[in-house]
Design a protein around this ligand. Structure first.
Ligand code: GLY
Length: 393
């Protein structure tokens, strides 16, 4: 009897330890089914899944839209998990569909457009067709860096300003670090560091929240501090905070300079301690939006933040476990029916409830492709940490 009791107790303890807040196998099984439907509804690689129009029909975009790389990137995430050649084939097809953007010097978004699909593809397959495309793209991106200003130009014009830089631009630097390593051209590395240093100096407020748009003069001085997608110039647009957090975490990974780690931690603390962050840790689209709690949530910001925190927590420090637990809570919320679609619904996107550009009334409370991309990335990161027992107490 005693032996049976002991076995029973041991089994119970094992089951308790094996239980996780988020079931990664289940979520990837769902993602694969949902994205198989997305592939079926998108036989033609000239129409990239982006979002849903106000009338409920799919909103697709061309390869020159800043989000064109996220679908291929998401397919690589599914391939990484499933190792099924079918996903590799689909990912390669949607990756190559963006290849012509390597020559695009009219946008700063080449990190998103090229590195998400080709970077993940190369990491997973070592397909030598990809690096030349990435290196041409990195050169195109670096044409937007003017050393006199010290930052990569985001848009060609914003209001009356000729050199606007958005916080989102921090997300392009990972691409340039890869290009520096691959080519041996230190210029790509130096551009990233200079851009990041000027972003700390000019984009961040004393409380470590970020402006969205900094408009520069030709000599590198600041002409204006603005917003485009946020509630107000002096507000904290949720996705902007997420881009900055992710970007400075990557800066630390690539340089090992502690000042970037400190910056990332301060941003994380601003975000996680904000009184307007809801209990499920999926933020309102702007932390200072006027009608909180009657404002839309932005699932994309939560997905990006979760992925970023799941890297930041690996760099130790007194808040590492807090970051991990917050990231898992975000994944738990996003994986719940409140944010995750049913199979075949939501125009075959995985997550509901993101906000693209509320002031322009565009993509408000809709699925958006990059929410899916960073959600899948965060799930992969979470699973890797869980397997290492990194934060089991
Ligand atoms: N890069 C634009 C956005 O985050 O909406």
């Amino acid at each position: 009897m005693k032996r049976f009791l002991l076995i029973y107790l041991l089994l119970t303890v094992r089951v308790t330890f094996a239980q996780t807040a988020v079931d990664v196998d289940k979520e990837f099984a769902f993602a694969a089914k949902q994205y198989a439907l997305m592939l079926k509804s998108h036989p033609d690689t000239t129409r990239f899944p982006q979002s849903t129009k106000p009338d409920g029909t799919p909103d697709d975009r061309k390869s020159d839209w800043w989000c064109s790389g996220f679908f291929g990137g998401s397919l690589w995430h599914i391939y990484e998990r499933t190792k099924d050649p079918m996903w590799k084939e689909a990912a390669n097809k949607w990756t190559m569909a963006v290849a012509k953007e390597q020559y695009n010097t009219g946008t700063h978004d080449l990190g998103f457009m090229l590195f998400c699909p080709f970077g993940n593809g190369y990491r997973l397959t070592k397909n030598e067709a990809y690096p030349p495309i990435l290196l041409t793209g990195a050169k195109s991106l670096s044409t937007r860096f003017d050393p006199k200003v010290g930052v990569i130009k985001s848009w060609n014009k914003f209001q009356t300003y000729d050199y606007p830089v958005i916080i989102d631009n921090m997300m392009n630097l990972e691409f340039l670090f890869w290009a520096a390593k691959r080519s041996g051209n230190k210029e790509f590395y130096n551009i990233s560091v200079t851009h990041a240093d000027n972003t700390i100096k000019n984009h961040y407020r004393p409380d470590y929240s970020s402006y969205h748009v900094i408009c520069y003069n030709p000599d590198g001085t600041v002409a204006a501090k603005k917003t485009a997608q946020g509630y107000a110039d002096n507000s904290a647009w949720a996705r902007g905070q997420a881009w900055g957090l992710y970007g400075f975490t990557v800066m630390y990974r690539e340089t090992k300079d502690k000042k970037y780690l400190e910056q990332a931690r301060h941003i994380a603390d601003f975000y996680l301690n904000h009184p307007n962050l809801p209990a499920d840790k999926v933020p309102y689209w702007d932390f200072n939006a006027a009608n909180i709690p009657n404002e839309e949530r932005d699932a994309s910001a939560a997905a990006i933040t979760s992925a970023a925190l799941l890297e930041l927590c690996t760099y130790g420090g007194p808040s590492a476990k807090t970051y991990y637990q917050a990231a898992v809570k975000m994944l738990e919320s996003l994986s719940s029916p409140a944010y995750k679609a049913n199979l075949g619904e939501n125009n075959n996107f995985i997550l509901k409830h993101s906000v693209g550009h509320k002031p322009a009334k565009s993509e408000v409370d809709t699925p958006i492709i990059y929410a899916d991309y960073y959600y899948l990335e965060a799930l992969l990161r979470y699973d890797a940490l869980r397997k290492k027992n990194a934060f089991r107490s």
